[in-house]
Design a binder for this molecule. Structure first.
Ligand code: URA
Length: 204
């Protein structure tokens, strides 16, 4: 629905402003060129969540526009999806210097905003890309054991004490598959299950 799309975009824009007004991860914000908040359909049925922006994402202000993003485009294409059909974001919204891993504190600081993004968009399926975003929803799991298996769960929205129902599909990070043919094959196989997972959610 067009009006839902518009209203969601307005709410997402306001949430992005809140991150600035509330000085979230000030240290990262000072060093980054800009925030990479997320992109795609604000009323998407699927939300993809990566780790944090890299150099190219920081330069363009958009998620997954570097080499890992090219692979993500291919993976989306393999199930007849385009970027405009889905919403793509990261846990951490500013580039960590020298592409270091985001710290636990940085991930924690952004988590309420990630939850709010999901509350606004209300997707049927949340696809986590890599260990960092998986751990935000499915702590104490090994990606090698749970990748490709959808999990139904409740997520607490810490700032408002609300819970949201989510189906989370943990997948490997495309960057890990760039130079690893085996992982690339696994990612393609896991992606190929997305249409059937969505159908199951819609008919549940
Ligand atoms: N890796 C991520 O996790 N996110 C991006 O946006 C780009 C690369």
């Amino acid at each position: 629905m067009e009006s839902r799309r518009k209203n969601n975009q307005i709410a997402l824009d306001a949430l992005q402003q809140d991150i600035i007004s509330n000085n979230i991860a000030e240290g990262l914000a000072e060093e980054a060129i800009q925030m990479v908040f997320g992109a795609g359909n604000p009323d998407a049925d699927i939300v993809f969540i990566g780790e944090a922006p890299g150099k190219q994402e920081d330069a363009q202000g958009l998620p997954f526009v570097g080499a890992a993003g090219k692979l993500l485009d291919e993976l989306l294409g393999s199930v007849s999806l385009e970027r405009g059909d889905v919403y793509i974001t990261n846990i951490v919204k500013y580039r960590p210097p020298n592409n270091r891993d985001p710290s636990p504190e940085e991930k924690k600081a952004f988590l309420p905003y990630l939850h709010k993004q999901l509350q606004i968009i209300q997707p049927s399926l949340v696809v986590t890309l890599g260990r960092h975003s998986m751990e935000a929803f499915l702590p104490n799991q090994r990606i090698s054991e749970v990748h490709g298996q959808p999990k139904r769960m409740k997520a607490e929205v810490s700032t408002e004490e609300k819970t949201i129902q989510l189906v989370v599909l943990p997948l490997y990070h495309p960057a890990a598959a760039l130079y690893n043919g085996g992982l690339r094959k696994t990612l393609l196989e896991d992606f190929s299950r997305i249409p059937e997972i969505l159908t199951k959610i819609h008919t549940a």
